[in-house]
Unconditional design. Structure first.
Length: 201
């Protein structure tokens, strides 16, 4: 394989963290993508804060406001190239999905643990923007709060969309710094994300 071909496979990604903040586990996931040669921007919407639980993190988000969090994500992305892929974990899916649907030049979207009805950000998923959605099949948040239904609707509506379900009931299963970590599922998720990024035009 030529150097030119290797360079063409490298993607640029912005990764939005979940409700416990930019944890070491989120950084470790980004580092795994970087180790494969991709450029990954880990934007911190919490300005350095991390939380011991989802509930504590969501309490902080509610104080700040969901709309304000979306605006923080959009403003942070303004400094980045437009030809970029967007990835998010749970809460981070909100800005990732919004930007993938509304910011010109999006190359793809990776939505982990969550999915918003695509009609929240427009009447249709944008043509030519591939998307992956990942979640556990017994996660009470992903399955029980409507995200799985939204994911299936997105897969049906988009021209290049995949939904991957993993056995288990954990929400933040790919965060190696949390008790919810599932190394086997994370390894599979990571490989699928790397395959996705490597296939971007």
């Amino acid at each position: 394989m030529t150097v030119e071909r290797l360079e063409s496979e490298m993607a640029e990604v912005v990764l939005f963290h979940h409700a416990q903040g930019l944890t070491p586990g989120v950084v470790a996931f980004a580092d795994a993508l970087r180790a494969a040669g991709h450029t990954v921007h880990t934007l911190d919407l919490f300005e350095g804060r991390t939380f011991e639980s989802i509930e504590a993190g969501m309490s902080f988000v509610q104080e700040v406001g969901f709309e304000a969090m979306l605006q923080r994500g959009a403003q942070a992305a303004d400094a980045l190239p437009t030809e970029i892929a967007y990835a998010g974990f749970s809460l981070g899916v909100l800005p990732a999905q919004m930007l993938a649907q509304t910011r010109s030049g999006a190359r793809g979207a990776i939505l982990c643990y969550s999915c918003v009805p695509y009609t929240e950000f427009g009447s249709a998923w944008p043509d030519g923007v591939p998307v992956q959605i990942h979640g556990m099949d017994a996660d009470p948040i992903f399955v029980g709060e409507g995200d799985l239904d939204a994911a299936r609707e997105l897969v049906a509506a988009a021209d290049n969309a995949e939904l991957f379900l993993y056995p288990g009931d954990q929400h933040y299963f790919a965060d190696s710094s949390l008790p919810s970590y599932d190394p086997e599922a994370t390894a599979l998720l990571t490989q699928r994300v790397l395959d996705f990024l490597g296939a971007l035009d």
